[in-house]
Design a protein around this ligand. Structure first.
Ligand code: AMP
Ligand code: ZN
Length: 468
C-alpha cells in the first residue's frame, strides 16, 4: 500500500510502526457552527482510508479531536449570550449527526481540547525546561529557530518565512524574541474561558492541543497524521516542532492532506461566505450522494462542487443500486452451485476486478479509479448474470459489489420500504398464526417486520405499528 507523504513529497510504501496496527490522528473541526461540506471532505476521505486499512486486516486506532475552545467559538457565544461550552457542545452534537448521515464512523476516540488542558500545561513546561519555550507577560511562545528542522513539512525556508512574517507582526506580540515564534499559551481576556497555569490564568494555543491529544491517545510516535491542505502550514509544521522538541522522536511517519472542495474554483470557507452546510445539502440530496461525489475524485485533487456533478453522482449511485437490486431479485429464483462455464464468464473476471479495486486503493487511495472498478463490476453483473446463472454466481457478484461499496462507506443496497398495505397484510397473517397457536410463525413475522424497520406493539385494542 502506497501513501503520498507530504513530508517527503513522494508516494511511499506503508510500513506501520507496529505490525498489523495503525495509529492515526485526524485534525477535527472547530465547533462554532454546522459543518460545511468542505469540512466534510477530510472526514469522508480519512474515514475511507480507515475502512480500507481495516479491510486489509489492520487494527486502526483512529483519533480525531474537536477544537472546543477558540476565538470563533467565544465570539459566537458572546453574540448569543451563552457560554462557549454551550456553543461547543451544541455543534459537536450536530457534527456527530452529520457524520452519521455521511456514514463517517465515530473515531476510536474524539478528544476535546478543554478536557486535556493538564496535558497541555505539562508539554509546555517540558518545552520550557528544554529551552524550546519562554514566557513573556503571561504568554508562552515556542522558540521556532531552536527547532532545527522547522519548515520540513511545508518545505519552507526559515529566512523566507522571516521576511514574509515581518510585516505580519500582530500588535502586542512585539515582546516575542523572534517574529517566527508562535503562541503555546495565552493569558486570559475578560469574558473568555480560562484555566489556571504556572503562567497565570489563560488558555492554550491551537497547535499545542493536537500535539498533546495525539500523544495521550496514540503515543509519542504515530503512523499517520492527516487533515486538509490548509493545515500543512502553520498548524502541522508547528505540531511537528512541539512534539519532536518535547518527545525527542519523529512525530508522524506519514502526513496526508486532502485538497480543497471549491465552489467556482475558490475554496469553500466560512470566511468567504461561499459555503453549503451538510444540512443544506441534506435537504436536496441523500447524503450518500454527497459521499459518492466526494470519492469520485482523488483526495489530493481539488474538487469543484456543482449541481451537475452531484447529479452525475446520484445517477452513478443509482446505477449500482439498480444492479444490486436486480441481483437480489435473481437470487430469489436461482439455484445451485457454480455452473460449467461460469468460471470464465463470472468468477475469474470478478476476481480480476476485485484485485483491480485493491490496486487502485493501494495506489494512494485512488477512490476515483476504485469507483470505476465498481462500475465495471456492475457491467459484469448486468451482462454475465442472468436467469440462466447459478445462485452461487449471482450471490458472489452481489457480495463483491456490496463489499467494495462498504469499503467506500457507500450503501449499495437500499432497504426496500414496505408499503402500508404490505405491513397490514403481514400483521393479519401474524394475528391468524397466533390464533392457530403457531407462535414460531408469529415471531418470525414480527422479526421480519423489525428488520425492515417496522415496530409492532400489541395493545388491548389490537396491534399497532410504527416505522423506526
Ligand atoms: P476547521 O474547522 O476550519 O479547522 O476545518 C476542519 C477541517 O476541514 C480541516 O482539516 C480543514 O483543512 C478542512 N477544510 C476546511 N475547509 C475545507 C475545504 N473547502 N475543502 C476541504 N477541506 C476543508
Ligand atoms: Zn490539529
Amino acid at each position: 500500500m502506497k501513501i503520498y507523504n507530504t513530508l517527503t513529497k513522494k508516494k511511499e510504501e506503508f510500513v506501520p510502526i507496529e505490525p498489523g496496527k495503525v495509529r492515526m490522528y485526524v485534525c477535527g473541526p472547530t465547533v462554532y457552527n454546522f459543518i460545511h461540506i468542505g469540512n466534510a471532505r477530510p472526514m469522508i476521505v480519512f474515514d475511507t482510508v480507515r475502512r480500507y486499512m481495516e479491510y486489509k486486516g489492520y487494527d486502526v486506532n483512529y483519533v480525531s479531536n474537536f477544537t472546543d475552545v477558540d476565538d470563533k467559538i467565544i465570539k459566537k457565544a458572546n453574540e448569543e449570550g451563552v457560554t462557549a461550552e454551550e456553543i461547543a457542545k451544541r455543534y459537536i452534537a450536530e457534527c456527530k449527526k452529520d457524520m452519521e448521515g455521511l456514514h463517517v464512523r465515530p473515531a476510536t476516540k474524539h478528544p476535546l481540547a478543554t478536557e486535556e488542558i493538564g496535558g497541555m500545561i505539562e508539554m509546555i513546561q517540558e518545552l520550557m525546561e528544554k529551552g524550546y519555550a519562554y514566557e513573556k507577560n503571561g504568554t508562552v511562545y515556542f522558540r521556532t529557530r531552536k527547532f532545527k528542522e522547522y519548515g520540513k513539512l511545508s518545505h519552507k525556508n526559515l529566512d523566507d518565512l522571516q521576511s514574509g512574517n515581518r510585516s505580519l507582526l500582530v500588535s502586542g506580540e512585539e515582546e516575542k524574541e523572534d517574529p517566527l515564534d508562535f503562541v503555546l499559551w495565552k493569558p486570559k481576556k475578560e469574558g473568555e474561558p480560562s484555566w489556571p497555569s504556572p503562567w497565570g490564568n489563560g488558555r492554550p494555543g491551537w497547535h499545542i492541543e493536537c500535539s498533546v491529544m495525539s500523544k495521550k491517545y496514540l503515543g509519542d510516535q504515530i503512523d499517520i497524521h492527516a487533515g486538509g491542505e490548509d493545515l500543512v502550514f502553520p498548524h502541522h509544521e508547528n505540531e511537528i516542532a512541539q512534539s519532536e522538541a518535547a518527545n525527542g522522536k519523529e512525530f508522524a511517519h506519514y502526513w496526508m492532506h486532502n485538497a480543497f472542495l471549491n465552489i467556482d474554483n475558490k475554496k469553500m470557507s466560512k470566511s468567504l461566505g461561499n459555503f453549503f452546510t451538510v444540512r443544506d445539502i441534506e435537504e436536496k440530496y441523500d447524503l450518500q450522494v454527497l459521499r459518492f461525489f466526494m470519492l469520485s475524485a482523488h483526495y489530493r485533487s481539488p474538487l469543484n462542487f456543482s449541481a451537475d456533478l452531484m447529479t452525475a453522482a446520484k445517477n452513478g449511485l443509482e446505477r449500482i443500486r439498480t444492479a444490486v437490486s436486480r441481483l437480489v431479485n435473481l437470487t430469489k429464483e436461482l439455484q445451485g452451485d457454480w455452473k460449467e462455464g461460469e468460471m470464465e464468464t463470472v468468477k475469474e473476471p470478478l476476481e480480476a476486478l476485485a484485485a483491480k479495486f485493491d490496486e487502485a486503493m493501494d495506489d494512494d487511495f485512488n477512490t476515483a479509479d476504485a469507483i470505476s472498478v465498481i462500475f465495471e463490476m456492475v457491467k459484469l453483473a448486468n451482462t454475465a448474470v442472468t436467469e440462466e446463472s447459478s445462485l452461487a454466481a449471482a450471490e458472489a457478484v452481489r457480495h463483491e459489489i456490496l463489499t467494495l461499496c462498504d469499503i467506500l462507506g457507500i450503501q449499495g443496497q437500499v432497504q426496500e420500504e414496505l408499503l402500508d398495505s404490505e405491513i397490514e397484510a403481514l400483521i393479519q397473517e401474524r394475528t391468524a398464526a397466533r390464533k392457530a397457536r403457531d407462535f414460531a410463525r408469529a415471531d418470525a413475522i414480527r422479526q421480519e417486520l423489525l428488520e425492515k424497520g417496522i415496530i409492532l406493539e400489541d395493545t388491548r385494542q389490537g396491534v399497532t405499528w410504527k416505522r423506526a
